[in-house]
Design a protein around this ligand. Structure first.
Ligand SMILES: *Cc1c(COP(=O)(O)O)cnc(C)c1O
Length: 387
């Protein structure tokens, strides 16, 4: 047996120990177990749809109509009318031939890379890609090449180093811990020159950018057959799950071969009904994105005035890079004393020495709440560093 306690002890010493807190979320307010109310700036519920009355009602109606569980995998008898309708609506919204639902984005990425590639193939990835893209590469046994973050020259170099066999380049659309965008138009060009698929993980772009259609729409990309989009439903859409939106051939291949699709229970049909309701709101209510953009501008302007070192992000992800684990934890605790919740992000989620507060904004925040955050950052942050 392995000695787990030594490893746990080391994690503690590195200030990387993580634990769950019981928090009851009510919009942007989180209630702790001892009854304190914290104003949260760390969820991915960018449009505030996860508790929207129409989305909740659709979930309830879905449960009444279809029950709670799907009962089986999609290919047995777990694929119901709600799943089918959601797939069709997502494909139509993104202007692509087909969509295929997955239980989570993590599983969708594992499925995509391990199904499209095998031993002898090549996968090229941005260094800051989400963990699930990296794990998908490992599962596929394809050879992995990583390029410096958003660095086109390096990406080209890595693509040139690939040999015979299929190639897939994978990138986050909006980088989850940095909030910046991938240079997608140029990457698409490179991929087409090298006959490579382009896998766009748009977990944080979908719903937020390009009138809700995500990073590809934001850049006005042409949706050719070599573009594969992965969107998650658990972030801006406010529900749960994910979808791959791609060409007919990619979708059919996933259905025939993807183990994380075939060997798992279909997600609850009520979740699909809630997602359909959320998609209607996401597609039609542009004021949510406009309000969000105004909050982002307000935050960035305020942060600049008080001299906070912001990163180059125009998205709701506005990280404050702090360096060490200890410093990130201290700032997070300082903010909490001021009634504000932003959890510290530490390795291995981010590189060593790049611990940070990952501040996120939501359409549910008011301008006054953003000002409260700025005040707290100015006062508490300073106190934390001076101590
Ligand atoms: C959250 C996230 C995922 C995983 O999606 P889940 O549905 O939460 O499993 C994949 N990629 C990126 C970039 C993400 O941020």
């Amino acid at each position: 047996m392995k000695d787990l306690s030594a490893d746990l002890q080391q994690t503690r010493q590195q200030q990387r120990y993580r634990s769950n807190r019981v928090l009851q979320r009510d919009g942007v307010i989180c209630r702790t177990e001892d009854g304190r109310e914290l104003l949260a700036f760390c969820s991915n519920d960018y449009l505030g749809l996860s508790q929207h009355p129409q989305v909740v009602a659709a979930f309830q109606r879905g449960a009444e109509r279809y029950g709670v569980g799907s009962g089986a995998a999609h290919l047995i008898n777990g694929h119901g009318p709600a799943h089918q309708a959601l797939e069709e609506e997502l494909a139509e919204f993104l202007g692509r031939p087909r969509a295929l639902l997955f239980s989570t984005g993590y599983m969708a990425n594992l499925a995509l890379i391990s199904t499209l590639l095998g031993r002898g193939d090549w996968v090229v990835q941005d260094r800051l890609n989400h963990a699930s893209l990296l794990d998908g590469a490992q599962l596929s046994r394809a050879r992995l090449k990583r390029y410096a973050h958003a660095d086109l020259a390096d990406a080209r170099q890595r693509l040139t180093q690939t040999g015979s066999g299929a190639t897939l380049l994978a990138t986050d659309g909006v980088f989850s811990m940095d909030g910046d965008l991938a240079p997608l138009a140029e990457l698409q060009c490179l991929c087409s020159q090298h006959h490579s698929w382009l896998l766009l993980d748009d977990a944080h772009g979908f719903g937020v950018l390009g009138k809700g259609r995500g990073t590809a729409a934001h850049y006005g990309l042409t949706a050719t057959d070599d573009l594969i989009q992965m969107i998650t439903l658990g972030k801006a859409l406010g529900t749960f799950g994910a979808a791959v939106v791609a060409s007919e051939a990619v979708i059919e291949t996933l259905i025939q071969r993807a183990r994380p699709y075939i060997f798992t229970t279909a997600s609850p049909p009520a979740n699909a009904e809630a997602s359909r309701a959320a998609l209607r709101l996401l597609a039609s209510e542009h004021w949510r994105r406009e309000h969000l953009q105004a909050l982002i501008a307000r935050f960035r302007q305020g942060a600049e005035q008080i001299g906070l070192p912001l990163m180059a992000s125009t998205t709701p992800i506005q990280p404050l890079l702090l360096g060490s684990e200890a410093r990130a934890l201290a700032w997070s605790r300082g903010l909490e004393q001021a009634g504000i919740l932003v959890s510290a992000i530490r390795p291995p989620t981010v590189p060593q020495g790049a611990s940070r507060l990952r501040i996120t904004l939501s359409a549910e925040h008011s301008p006054e709440q953003v000002d409260r955050l700025l005040d707290a950052l100015q006062n508490r942050g300073q106190m934390t560093d001076d101590r």
